[in-house]
Design a protein around this ligand. Structure first.
Ligand SMILES: [Zn+2]
Length: 161
């Protein structure tokens, strides 16, 4: 998937999480989650910059999602118990945030026939084979749907509160 498609998928993954955070009175955490999800939506494609790492290899797996989650958890723990997010310590929240950020990218690439090695180092790739990565309509379509859905839940969440 290309950047626009990934941003769309990240917005769709963010929708239920963001809505939940706002509904439990954590709009700042919702905002932070959305910013991180969009900012790092392409993080797994960092493998393009390292010729030694196979594209759509380890960075497109649960191992990498766990690794990024772990780094975010360390950052959260380093901040200390200054506050909690929806009852979660910052370490836990950090892990979930990092894991979700990579997970959203994996969902986007799993839509393509090439798929992702979800259980790397096992060689099997997983694919939903919905659309080719370079399909312009799919990329723009996901992007637009992501924005519309985000606008919808933000209106509902803040309009009712
Ligand atoms: Zn990718």
């Amino acid at each position: 998937m290309y950047r626009k498609g990934h941003l769309g998928v990240s917005l769709l993954v963010f929708a239920p999480v963001g809505y939940w955070l706002v509904s439990v009175g954590e709009p700042e955490a919702a905002m932070l989650t959305g910013v991180v999800l969009l900012w790092l939506a392409m993080l797994p494609d960092i493998d393009h910059r390292f010729p030694v790492i196979e594209h759509r290899g380890v960075t497109h797996s649960l191992v990498f999602a766990g690794l990024v989650g772990g780094l975010f958890a360390v950052a959260g723990v380093a901040l200390g118990d200054v506050f909690r997010v929806a009852g979660l310590g910052l370490g836990t929240f950090g892990f979930l945030l990092g894991f979700l950020t990579v997970g959203a990218h994996l969902v986007g690439d799993a839509l393509t026939p090439a798929g992702i090695p979800l259980l790397w180092p096992l060689p099997r790739t997983y694919s939903l084979s919905v659309t080719r990565a370079d399909n312009t309509l799919a990329n723009y379509g996901l992007f637009v749907v992501g924005i519309v859905v985000t606008g919808g839940w933000v209106l509902v969440a803040f309009g009712s509160g």
